[in-house]
Design a protein around this ligand. Sequence first.
Ligand SMILES: Cc1cc2nc3c(=O)[nH]c(=O)nc-3n(C[C@H](O)[C@H](O)[C@H](O)COP(=O)(O)OP(=O)(O)OC[C@H]3O[C@@H](n4cnc5c(N)ncnc54)[C@H](O)[C@@H]3O)c2cc1C
Length: 467
Amino acid sequence: VPAFQIITTRHLEELRSILGNENVLTDQPALEIYGRDETEDLFFPPEVIVRPSTADEVSAVLRVASRERIAVTPRGGGTGLSGGALPIYGGIVLAMERFNRILEIDEVNFQAVVEPGVITETFQRAVEEKGLYYPPDPASRGSSHIGGNLAECAGGPHAVKYGVTRDYVLALEAVLPSGKPLHVGARVLKNATGYSLAHLLIGSEGTLAVITKIFLRLLPLPRHRKVLLAAFPSVEKAMTAVASVFRGGVTPATCEFLERAAVEVAEQRLGKKFPNGQAAAQLIIEVDGDHEPALAEEIQAVAQAVEEQGATDLLLAEDPPKIREVWDLRRGIGEAVKAISAYKEEDTVVPRSRLPELIAGVKQICAHHKIRSICYGHAGDGNVHVNLLKADMDQNLWARSSEEAVGEIFRLTVSLGGTLSGEHGIGYVQRGFLPIAVHEESIRLMTEIKRVFDPAGILNPGKVFPP
Ligand SMILES: Cc1cc2nc3c(=O)[nH]c(=O)nc-3n(C[C@H](O)[C@H](O)[C@H](O)COP(=O)(O)OP(=O)(O)OC[C@H]3O[C@@H](n4cnc5c(N)ncnc54)[C@H](O)[C@@H]3O)c2cc1C
């Protein structure tokens, strides 16, 4: 365990002189809020929360922390599912919520400049008003931050056609743990100029530097969308259909999988009925583009592909309110599952043709450990969220069985050519499992990289690497 300093009155005074009293919080309600994210029911109270609003303030805080060897945990919207924003050694939580300005939307070059604390959906709405599109859309986009999305390399339903957060970042400004400012990348669409440090920072889970400004690439907003809901008599048939949708020649904008239990919990929580809610499994397949007749042809091809794989009922949503309804239900599933009981959520990802084996294996492993599982997710990417639910199980048995089950699920995932996390990151809760997917030499290189960026080891300690 690294030996970090406990925060003293002297430290607090120094932080207040940098940020003002109102941006240095030590009251109990604040410690309660900033000691949690959305990961399971974990709670690690920080000693102090600081709320900077400029890169110079971030730099000054980090200089104090490096000098005094105090742990610092950056925090965005606190929606993370791998415990990345949990201050497991106490110390300082660096809350980025005041970095909330959209600085520029460049309609000529299709670019935007934002601060990291901008809420993902707020940014998406702002660019859409100008006929532009920022596709990365985690289901948490109503409260996640763009900065948190970068740190986790967030995906979402539309990643299957448009890629993940990393694919939209051109350049970054950040602050190193020493307090030194860092400018990486450039506002260009091609860049072969040295190592891509921007891409190294994306997905680094707040362990290498604190991101303070982000330069993003945008797309034109597709003019039309159509959504097909395909119901299947079994989970296996739905999973087999996923690869055949793509083999039919269409790249859908989304291809989401829901098993019946996932639909049921969302229906209960939201008090709404999902079309085809009684089906054993469903796929939500969206196509988008500017040319309506072409979309009608694509939907036709998708319908044919899923029917050949045993889809029973097909429903088409074409007008925006209907489409929104489908997506509201889909986005509500995560919260609904979390509300049932203590749980663990895994973020497995495999090549999409291996999905049937993944899901069959997960069900087998969970049955063996007598754990209820609910699966749903971004099947087009081969990315399935596996939720293990504690329900009535004794706490000790749950702790042991769930840990074993997660290890078995990860080993299965890797044996199918997959890996541990598609979009939630390793953070705190998955760190012990990292060696299942990442070779020893790669972990050694990663620890060396961490040391180069953060020789004092103060930035988000206890994350990513096995303890
Ligand atoms: C209901 C629900 C649905 C979700 N659906 C999806 C989904 O579809 N796709 C998906 O990818 N994720 C999803 N997530 C997970 C989560 O929303 C994402 O990981 C998101 O990117 C986290 O952003 P945040 O701002 O909340 O970050 P936080 O949770 O606050 O932090 C996450 C990590 O980012 C670091 N960090 C934050 N800001 C900075 C910064 N400025 N500089 C450096 N490091 C920083 C933190 O230290 C931490 O390690 C979901 C979560 C929930 C609760």
